[in-house]
Design a protein around this ligand. Structure first.
Ligand code: ADP
Length: 680
């Protein structure tokens, strides 16, 4: 076994790997960019080496710098994590040339699986079933169009070098093919430096079922069972689970063995995932093999009781696989939810900002074991802490919530509770969205397929409910307690707030403007709620919507906790107040209430109707209209790329394009006006 390894990654996966190193008594070396100087992963390792500027191309993708850092610190091996250089054969080769062990498969296996097209050819030869499609070398648009036309629509375009759903485009008919192809090629080129594409028949209502495999350097190959990752948005996984529900043991075994054959066909070593797409009749087809640890590996850890990073380290150091196929068993059920800084209401646009407040359910981190050695019911793997930023430079994942239960129903109940206990203030998240998926009948009954989110759009993207009386009362409690404490803190008797000095009853009106927490800046949808509080000596009453309740409030024993007694009802919740913004967490929901401080007459700058502004910092990659163009509402006008994803800016109304302010290649900052459109 090694005694020191360098972790060529950041965020939660770097922390995850460091945790196993610590448990095994290995030293770990972190690397970091300018943006990550204070990041959690830096502190999680024994030492750290600065790489360069924030952009990944100048830091986490600089193979040479990373190898220098490994050599300088005396590390014997490099763990690439996932993303960045994890599937980069040149980097794996350079590690070997520098005398470092790359903790991953041999270069030839990465190369074989690095191109989806080449991998499909190889798997076809190894008799692993494939989705019908075209994965040939010819790439001219006319030829590709002919192939798609012959296959019949819908078809799916994929970047051959792709991953993470990037570049992928569903094409519904022949007329839409050309535009989808150029968009796919552009995203492929910018994300992967290679614009080769392949075409597959687009299967309807398939499941994504993948098999975790492990191989050692002595010819041993096993499968660590399967995961269902069907719940996806934009072809990216959101919720994963192990084992895949509803597989017969014969099917589980058939998929496991097909995955082992796939691994053997490329002389695989280390951790890998063979992804299959499965139809409702149990037919399964090879999609691709990911030659690294996956984001969702913890669900496999939870059901097998194994530490997959430990297995990676053992195998990379030359040890045989710790267990044989017959010794591997499944226990219970695990679910993982990916909590992202993104805005589901705006097409899952990544959200950046500071995590000003962060609270998790009671949990363990990065391990399957609770402190008493039993399986932990809730695990949170996160690379950020309260106060940390989510920057536009890297993946906007905040955390992975992983739960384990004896049955799927038990795991589901735990996940429901775990999500209800999370609190995030500072940026948009998909938390409420995850809660709705987990609560949906389709997910609860394991009626899984990759179209689940789309099919249940209406329910999953429903506007947030109006704040309840309890939520308003909690906000009032936080505000009044804050005012009372502020008054009490000032020693002078004259400093007390006016209304505390008055004798006799008086009524105070608190006006609140409510925004769903996931549409914090969406001024358009706000409503104002007025609560009247009457103070009459020791008795206080709260009037709301025509009802009067006797009330009292106090701070709870925990930070941010408040209690309100409303008549016979005792309400306890949590409120994070920031000036006039009150983030209320109650009954598993988050609600932002803005106190309309009638004394301060701030006039908000409402965003103008139909302003075409950049939703985030990024680069213009295509301008689809010119000044003078007459466009319909919803017409695509310009395409931006941010965080390696394309975002199409569409016309908010029909009208005439008066001006196009940027050209292809321009960098634009968040909020920059991109075009001027004059309404029809
Ligand atoms: P990536 O490497 O970009 O993640 P994959 O090939 O793994 O791309 O596919 C990602 C997801 O896209 C799958 O999980 C599945 O939901 C969907 N998908 C892929 N191929 C097909 C297909 N032929 N038909 C329908 N859906 C597909």
């Amino acid at each position: 076994m090694f005694n020191k390894i360098l972790i060529a990654n950041r965020g939660e996966i770097a922390c995850r790997i460091a945790a196993t190193c610590k448990r095994l008594g290995l030293q770990s070396v972190a690397v970091y960019s300018d943006a990550d100087a204070e990041a959690k992963h830096v502190g999680a390792c024994d030492e750290a080496v600065h790489l360069g500027a924030a952009a990944a191309t100048q830091s986490y993708l600089c193979g040479e710098r990373i190898i220098e850092a490994a050599l300088a610190t005396g590390a014997q091996a490099v763990h690439p994590g996932y993303g960045f250089l994890s599937e980069n054969e040149d980097f794996a080769r350079a590690c070997a040339a520098a005398g470092l062990v790359f903790i991953g498969p041999p270069v030839a296996a990465i190369a074989a699986m690095g191109s989806k097209a080449a991998a499909k050819a190889l798997m076809g030869a190894a008799a692993v079933p494939l989705v019908p499609g075209y994965h040939g070398d010819a790439q001219d648009p006319a030829r590709l169009q002919r192939e798609a036309d012959a296959m019949g629509y819908p078809v799916l375009l994929k970047a051959s070098a792709g991953g993470g759903g990037k570049g992928m485009r569903v094409v519904e008919d022949s007329a839409g093919f050309a535009q989808a192809l150029s968009s796919c090629q552009r995203e492929a080129a910018s994300s992967f430096g290679n614009d080769r594409v392949l075409i597959e028949k687009y299967l309807t209502r398939p499941r994504h079922v993948e098999v975790q495999v492990f191989a050692d350097q002595h010819g041993g190959v096993v499968y660590l069972f399967d995961r269902d990752c069907s719940v996806q948005r934009r072809h990216q996984k959101v919720l994963e689970e192990a084992p895949a529900p509803g597989l017969s043991s014969a099917l589980r075994r058939a998929m496991g063995e097909a995955a082992v054959s796939a691994a053997r066909a490329v002389n695989y070593v280390g951790a890998g995932t063979v992804e299959f797409i499965m139809t409702s009749d149990g037919a399964f087809y090879f999609m691709e093999m990911n030659t690294r640890l996956q984001v969702e590996h913890p669900v496999s850890e939870m059901v097998t009781g194994l530490d997959l990073v430990e297995w990676q380290l053992r195998v990379a150091s030359g040890e045989p696989l710790p267990l044989t196929q017959a010794q591997l068993t499944l226990s219970g059920h695990a679910l993982e939810a990916r909590l992202y800084a993104e805005n589901p209401a705006r097409g899952f646009l990544p959200s950046t900002g500071t995590l000003r407040h962060l609270r998790w359910p009671g949990h363990v981190e990065f391990t399957v074991a609770a402190s008493d050695g039993t399986r932990a019911p809730v695990r949170v793997d996160s690379g950020v802490r309260e106060g940390d930023p989510i920057t536009p430079f890297y993946d906007p994942m905040i955390a992975k919530l992983i739960v384990h239960g004896a049955t799927r129903a038990e795991a589901l109940a735990r996940m429901t509770q775990a999500l209800r206990a999370c609190e995030v203030v500072g940026l948009h998240t998909n938390l409420a969205f995850l809660q709705r998926i987990v609560a949906s009948t389709a997910f609860a009954s394991a009626d899984l397929d990759t179209g689940l989110i789309e099919r249940h759009q209406a329910a999953l993207f429903a506007p947030a409910a109006e704040p309840s009386l309890a939520v308003l009362a909690l906000a009032c409690a936080a505000l009044l307690v804050r005012q009372r404490e502020a008054a009490g803190a000032l020693a002078s008797p004259w400093a007390a707030l006016t209304h505390w000095r008055l004798n006799g009853p008086f009524t105070q009106t608190l006006a609140w403007r409510a925004c769903a927490a996931d549409s914090e800046h969406d001024h358009g949808s706000a409503h104002v709620y007025e609560v009247d509080l009457t103070h009459d000596g020791a008795v206080q009453t709260l009037d709301y919507a025509g009802q009067t309740h006797a009330c009292a409030w106090q701070r709870g024993p925990q930070a941010h906790q408040f209690s309100v007694t409303l008549g016979q009802r005792r309400i306890t919740g949590r409120v994070v107040d920031e000036g006039e913004a009150f983030h209320v967490f109650y009954d598993g929901n988050a609600c932002l209430l803005e106190w309309q401080n009638l004394l301060a007459h701030a006039s908000d700058d409402e965003p103008g109707e139909g302003r075409l502004t950049a939703p985030m910092p990024g680069k213009v990659v295509a301008v689809l209209v010119a000044a003078g163009a007459v466009v319909e509402k919803g017409a695509p006008l310009l395409v931006m790329e941010a965080m390696k994803m394309e975002h199409t800016i569409a016309a908010p109304t029909a009208g005439t394009v008066v001006e196009v302010r940027f050209a292809v290649g321009d960098q634009v900052s968040e909020g920059a006006q991109l075009l001027v459109l004059e309404g029809a």
